[in-house]
Ligand binder design. Structure first.
Ligand code: AMP
Length: 210
């Protein structure tokens, strides 16, 4: 059974949604560097303040900051059983750094046609409190603008606006996509078609992980 898993895929492929479900199935923590960084921004920590400008522009946060925040999280006792990494690594230097502090059992790549991504990202709304994700056309909240679970007003992430989306897609193509090859060569890569409903995609992910 695999317990140390990496989820790769362009922004908007559904990594966060799938990672949360699969982590629950496997009984391992879902570690999203994006969520960890957003929490640091919200708490106005020095690291969060340094990361904020990069994030809202859609650029990668410098490796040393991301590694620091991830290391800290991996030291928590719940990560001893394994982890599901969502949004890390994002470039070759991060993949090399990960390889130095942990083995990886499998890498799931969520594949989707690029023209779908912009629409998914611009229609995405998130709950800043519980991180639930909605989509204005495919998964609207029951009450417009409110989280179904806790009633918190939903937000449009600053990096889900058009200029930042374009930058994120470019950063993905240039810096993150080479990791498909990196993990492919190490025989760790499992590709999954990420089109369709979250249930359909989750079924495909479970299949490649068993
Ligand atoms: P995400 O929620 O994974 O889409 O991440 C949101 C933003 O956080 C990204 O666009 C980056 O600015 C930053 N970020 C998240 N993970 C990383 C990472 N591994 N390396 C660098 N920046 C990251």
């Amino acid at each position: 059974m695999m317990h140390r898993i990496v989820f790769l895929g362009p922004p908007g492929a559904g990594k966060g949604t799938q990672a949360a479900r699969i982590a629950r199935d496997l009984g391992v923590p879902h570690l999203s560097t994006g969520d960890l960084l957003r929490a640091a921004v919200a708490a106005r920590t020095p690291l969060g303040l340094e990361a904020e400008g990069h994030m809202s522009a859609g650029r990668l946060v410098p490796d040393d900051l991301v590694l620091r925040i991830l290391h800290e999280r991996l030291e928590q006792p719940d990560a001893r059983v394994g982890y599901l990494l969502d949004g890390f690594p994002r470039n070759l230097a991060q993949a090399e750094a990960l390889g130095k502090f942990s083995e990886v059992d499998g890498v799931v790549s969520l594949d989707i046609a690029p023209d779908r991504l912009v629409r998914r990202l611009s229609e995405r709304r998130v709950c800043p409190k519980c991180q639930s994700v909605y989509n204005l056309s495919t998964k609207p909240p029951a009450t417009a603008g409110m989280c179904d679970l806790d009633g918190t007003p939903l937000v449009h992430r600053p990096d889900d606006r058009p200029e930042a989306i374009a930058t994120r897609l470019k950063v993905y193509a240039e810096q993150t996509a080479p990791l498909l090859d990196y993990y492919g060569k190490r025989h760790l890569l499992r590709s999954v078609d990420a089109s369709g409903t979250p249930d359909e995609v989750a079924a495909r992910v479970r299949q490649v992980l068993t």
